[in-house]
Design a protein around this ligand. Structure first.
Ligand SMILES: Nc1ncnc2c1ncn2[C@@H]1O[C@H](COP(=O)(O)OP(=O)(O)O)[C@@H](O)[C@H]1O
Ligand SMILES: [Mg+2]
Length: 313
């Protein structure tokens, strides 16, 4: 019954592209990606929403935009979306979109080449073509696993570069940093760098916890409660807080100085474009709303490597 759905009749599935918490993504013979999902995260109950309301709405909006001609190049292009009838008493959902290169995968290939995890398929192929003896499979897997975690090169020498985990963690940190910087940039637009530099998070904390505060602090800035994981809000050892320093640089439009200090793995142009997209999103969303924006959920279309596509949040 599932296979009788129109979406599976039109095109053949040619590859597996990935899996997430609520579904899987396959490649079709028209070079598109088809995401099939059974629900989505429900932020209010923190459980599963079997109606997948948030994702259905998001893909629906992208579909409308794509065909209404109002989508920007950086928005996810949804060709088709809808429901899949199943014999299980509830519907599944699908969204057809262009193939995307996930950014974390791209970064691992650039910064930790040769340390990719080895798949069952790859091992089978190596054995079938006589490149790997069946009795060596176990050693080969162990070797690849250690290369992946410790940064050992194919030749067995310790590689100068990073391990897979180091790359993934650093990429996610830089994306987190960009989110906080985008949040701060919106705050600078609203309040000016001066007000932010004068803002004292400890005083704000005291206020929130009911201690008396002077009249002139009525207009105190309220930071998003998730802010501060990547940008330091306190001054340390006589040095100004990063919050104040970056606020000033943002006001001067000096993104390059900030990036030269904080962005070491991400491509600078990609990072700048992502920063602008995040700034737009944070006009209506909180940092918690966009917590899923990380290396595995953003990417780019092949041949358009500088344009970030956020495909899951
Ligand atoms: N359009 C696409 N092209 C190629 N791979 C994709 C595409 N969409 C998703 N993927 C892969 O599938 C994984 C899961 O998809 P995602 O939309 O993030 O679902 P989930 O909400 O379950 O995390 C992604 O991390 C990515 O590796
Ligand atoms: Mg995902």
């Amino acid at each position: 019954m599932v296979a009788n759905n129109n979406i599976f009749q039109k095109n053949n599935i040619v590859e597996n592209l990935g899996a997430g918490s609520y579904g899987f993504v396959v490649g079709l013979d028209n070079d598109h990606a088809l995401k099939v999902y059974v629900g989505s995260f429900d932020p209010t109950t923190r459980g599963t929403d079997p109606g997948a309301k948030s994702d259905v709405e998001r893909y629906g909006a992208f579909y409308e935009k794509a065909f209404g001609g109002t989508a920007s190049v950086s928005e996810l292009h949804v060709f088709r979306e809808g429901k899949i009838k199943t014999p299980f008493g509830r519907d599944w959902f699908y969204a057809e979109m262009p193939k995307i290169v996930p950014y974390s995968e791209h970064m691992r290939q650039v910064h930790a080449p040769g340390a990719e995890d080895v798949s069952d398929e790859e091992v089978k192929k190596l054995v079938a073509t006589g490149k790997l003896a069946p009795e060596d499979v176990e050693d080969f897997r162990k070797y690849k696993a250690s290369a992946a975690s410790r940064g050992v090169s194919k030749t067995g020498l310790v590689r100068q570069g990073r391990s897979l985990k180091e790359v993934t963690d650093r990429v996610n940190f830089e994306i987190l940093f960009l989110k906080e910087l985008a949040y701060l940039a919106n705050l600078v637009d609203d309040r000016g760098a001066q007000a932010i530099a004068e803002f004292d998070p400890e005083e704000a904390y005291a206020q929130q916890h009911g201690r008396a505060f002077p009249e002139d602090h009525k207009d105190e800035i309220k930071l998003d409660s998730d802010f501060g994981a990547a940008i330091d809000t306190k001054s340390r050892g006589g040095k100004r807080a990063q919050l104040a320093e970056f606020a000033e640089l943002l006001e001067q439009g000096n993104l390059d100085v900030i990036f030269s200090q904080e962005i070491s793995l991400l491509d600078k142009t990609y990072a700048k474009n992502l920063f602008n997209q995040l700034k737009g999103l944070l006009k209506t969303k909180t940092l918690n709303d966009i917590r899923d924006i990380r290396g595995a959920n953003i990417g780019f279309y092949k041949g358009r490597e500088k344009v970030p596509i956020i495909f899951d949040y």
